[in-house]
Design a protein around this ligand. Sequence first.
Ligand SMILES: Cc1ncc(COP(=O)(O)O)c(C=O)c1O
Length: 473
Amino acid sequence: MPDPLHDAFDSESFRALGHGVVDLLADYLAGATRGDGPVLPWKDPAAQLEDWPVATGEPLEQLLPRWLAASNHLHHPGYLGHQVTAPLPLAALGTFAAALLNGATAVYEMGPANTAMEQNLVHWLAAKLGFGADADGILTSGGSLGNLTALLAARQAKAGYDVWSEGQAGGAPLAMLVGEQAHYSVARALQVMGMGRPGLVKVPADERYKTRPEALHDARRRAEADGRKVIGVAVNACCTATGSFDPLGPIADFCEAHGLWLHVDGAHGAAAALSPKYRHLIEGIDRADAVVWDAHKMLMMPALCTAVLFRDGRRGYEAFAQEASYLLHRHDPRDEWYNLCGRTFECTKTPMALPLYLALSVYGEELFADYVTSRFDLGRRFGAMLAAEPDFELPVPPECNIVCFRYVPPKQGDLDALQVQIRQRIIASGAFHLVQTRLATGIHLRVTIISPFTTDGHLQDLIEAVRVTARPA
Ligand SMILES: Cc1ncc(COP(=O)(O)O)c(C=O)c1O
């Protein structure tokens, strides 16, 4: 009697399939890290849809290679695009193992080892930031959700009334002072929280795109003149567009002087904590009330894995000050630290600790320190290369592995349109993947040097590719 359902779970078929898939991926990895093929085989989205009809019966041996070929290749040395890293192969295996067990980490009984790994990892990361023994936190699904989680805790701690229970109408309207270069997810979080547009008061940045601490006074005055109670300050380590690190020390001084919450979005740059050479970029981060740190950016983890770290771990229980009695049984939520859904937005949560836990266990912290240091070093060297070229402009000297620049040929036309065109053509060529961003001085090309395989030589090639691409056809 055929039994397709049980056959699909057959362990020997799984063994054979698994070996086949790993062989395929190992070959893929060898090619991608060598720089074989296009980084991104660009195809129009509508045409892409046509390539992926559902439930066609296409055999795995054909489907998976086709999917690999059609994907963006983050291990490729020419991948310089968005801030999503080339995952460590071991970490990918961790995700694979975790997916088979599906031990979701909302309640302890579903993922007991995962929960313990997560908590110990969170404490380890918090200690790296310089937080003390009271620190605590959780892992969650991405920096955007991390910012929302931390800002909810900020509001509950500083509003002066129980916003969670009473809603925003229970007291004075609230405001957060936000560095103008903050990632859009900060504004999104505040608006999801019902604080509206006036609830976000922008703090201007200087010419290096760093939040100006002296501008905080004026921002606070503006919010108060508008009848709002300021609850805190949200700044960047580092900002998305240019990779500039805000001066956390003076900003922390301001927060302490005025009793305000300090939120540091370290989604990308908190990883500097692991690099003895670049640790100074985040000096003062240990004075933050909460820090968001994405492991899928600068810790070589598959997406998604974000740590939300609270200097005073009790604050983490206030983000979602809600009872779900069928999951949580006792009175003080801290008694149930091990039922993580009390502190995360997710109910069912991917078991996301295993990949990072495995990698730290097998390779040690040094591998991460080397990765961060070597990528930041290369970003700075690329900045120096560009500065030496008369036909390239740097808006700011790079501090880390995010570098913005634009091509300024001797005969200038519409520079913004030129950068857009260069980017489109370079992506279409398959040689590199890079992005663009609008800064005060116009549209710039932007790279994040995040693949461990990108070298000075590749970046020199990029400079040449930009020149060649910009020439009229
Ligand atoms: C500074 C910063 N914060 C938050 C985010 C959002 O993170 P995620 O994409 O994991 O939601 C990003 C993404 O690039 C970022 O650069």
